[in-house]
Design a protein around this ligand. Structure first.
Ligand SMILES: Cc1cc2nc3c(=O)[nH]c(=O)nc-3n(C[C@H](O)[C@H](O)[C@H](O)COP(=O)(O)OP(=O)(O)OC[C@H]3O[C@@H](n4cnc5c(N)ncnc54)[C@H](O)[C@@H]3O)c2cc1C
Length: 436
């Protein structure tokens, strides 16, 4: 039985990437009386640091920042950031809607510093539970266990009337292939490359057909002289990301409403027609650049770029000196081995899944007939009567709210909706006399 009384908060955010940073901004701007804290396991804000390569650009307009779509005059906007940095005029002269990822990262750090009082870094939430014991009737708060080296015993207990889970995408490896010394996932690419003696790199294989795969092929070609890169693609070459105006409407704030209200068939249709806005696709600029390199490589007989189409990695054996990759080619329905120094798996991510962190509490979160969490329009998990407190999701809602679930496009509006929902339930509880 727990003896310590936890510190009690109205809102506890788990994770402090762009989604919960945007929520912190919304709460700051709404000047709510809510007592909040966000826990982030990393020592500082870091947005996909393993892929923060120079030259990599955003796949979303700078106006889809942490705040603008919710509050166009926000002091937390990307434009405010540029203004404060003294770069606004030069940014505009550049005539480019898509800043570099490095610049967007710097913007996130800048915004994060303005709400630093709401965040505890180096603090990982390991469990969310019902309070033990709790009085009869629905639980009005949850207990969180937080690994925090600054606390006595290294663990901190926190009470939360509302929890907002935003732990991010989960790196996915090809089936049956494990990470190792020479087998990396794209999410750790830059860190692993930094640890490695790149002078010794002769051949690297990059598996995958999406943006990360293409960016890594290009980065290796640019930055590791002498290395040969084999790109292993399940398709017949990279396909272009649909970034055209009509298709882009699937990321509009209104689209979340339409998707949410839509039938199973309409949801399937949106996914079917528009998944090429985001999944297994590459920006035109990167794609064209890679093709030109491949052509120049062929003309110059350099042998540094090799594209293996319609192929999958089916096995990997890691030895002390090199790594043997078994590739199955669909073209000839044959398998063969490729010896490489490193295999990079740019094989994507699974959506955020709160199941692990919810543990036994998951039994109180209702699911649909496809075993997916039921979520209300305001991103709140539908729970049994045992709970009165709120559990909100930022991410993992593609089945209910559509394609922008894991992206930046709708962050500002979504965070505003979550902040309002939390505030409204507090006001309702006060009016009903449940809470004073
Ligand atoms: C390389 C790459 C580039 C991308 N570029 C774009 C883009 O240009 N445009 C776009 O719209 N989308 C892009 N995305 C999609 C991406 O999901 C979003 O950009 C964004 O990261 C979503 O923010 P988030 O806060 O939901 O998740 P994340 O950014 O993943 O943040 C989650 C945070 O939670 C922390 N955390 C996890 N578990 C715990 C825990 N138990 N306790 C405490 N902290 C925890 C993590 O350390 C992390 O900081 C990109 C994705 C990748 C991988």
């Amino acid at each position: 039985m727990e003896t310590r009384e936890p510190e009690m908060y109205d809102v506890v955010g788990i994770g402090f990437g762009p989604s919960n940073l945007s929520l912190a901004v919304a709460l700051e701007e709404q000047r709510t009386p809510l007592k909040t804290v966000f826990f982030e396991r990393r020592p500082s804000i870091s947005w996909h640091p393993g892929m923060l390569m120079s030259g990599a650009k955003m796949q979303v307009s700078f106006l889809k920042d942490l705040a603008t779509f919710r509050n166009p005059v926000s002091e937390f906007s990307f434009v405010s950031y540029l203004h404060e940095m003294g770069r606004l005029a030069r940014f505009v002269n550049n005539q480019d809607f898509f800043p570099s990822r490095q610049e967007f990262h710097a913007y996130l750090e800048w915004a994060g510093a303005k709400v630093a009082h709401r965040v505890t870094y180096n603090a990982q939430v390991t469990a969310v539970r019902l309070p033990e014991p709790h009085a009869s009737g629905p639980a009005d708060h949850l207990r969180l266990e937080v690994t925090d080296p600054r606390s006595t015993g290294g663990t901190r207990l926190v009470g939360a009337r509302n929890v907002v889970i935003s732990t991010g995408l989960v790196p996915r490896m090809p089936p049956g292939i494990e990470r190792g010394e020479s087998v990396w996932h794209s999410s750790e690419f830059l860190h692993r490359l930094k640890e490695r003696d790149t002078d010794g790199l002769r051949r690297v294989a990059v598996v995958g057909a999406g943006q990360s795969a293409a960016e890594i092929v290009r980065y290796l070609h640019d930055n590791v002289p002498g290395v040969s890169v084999s790109a292993i693609l399940p398709s017949y070459g990279y396909s272009i990301a649909d970034n055209t105006p009509f298709a882009n409407q699937v990321f509009d704030p209104d689209a979340a409403d339409e998707f949410y209200r839509g039938s199973h068939r309409s949801k399937e249709a949106i996914w079917h027609y528009h998944k090429n806005t985001n999944y297994s696709v590459v920006d035109n600029e990167v794609l064209s650049d890679l093709y030109q390199r491949a052509y120049a490589d062929e003309v110059g007989n350099e042998g540094r770029l090799d594209f293996i189409n319609l192929a999958r990695v089916v096995d990997v054996k890691q030895g002390p000196n090199d790594t043997r990759v078994t590739v199955h080619s669909l073209a000839g329905e044959e398998s063969y081995d490729l010896d490489v120094d490193v295999l990079v798996c740019a094989t994507g991510y699974d959506p955020m899944d709160p199941t692990e962190i919810l543990g036994d509490l998951g039994a109180h979160c209702l699911q649909d007939d496809e075993d997916r969490y039921r979520v209300t329009r305001d991103y709140r998990l539908v729970t049994t009567d045992a709970l009165r407190c709120g559990i909100y999701l930022q991410g993992g809602t593609e089945h209910t709210h559509g394609l922008s679930s894991s992206l930046l496009s709708n962050l500002a509006v979504r965070s505003g909706e979550i902040a309002s929902s939390i505030l409204d339930s507090r006001v309702a509880e006060e009016e009903m006399g449940i809470r004073v």
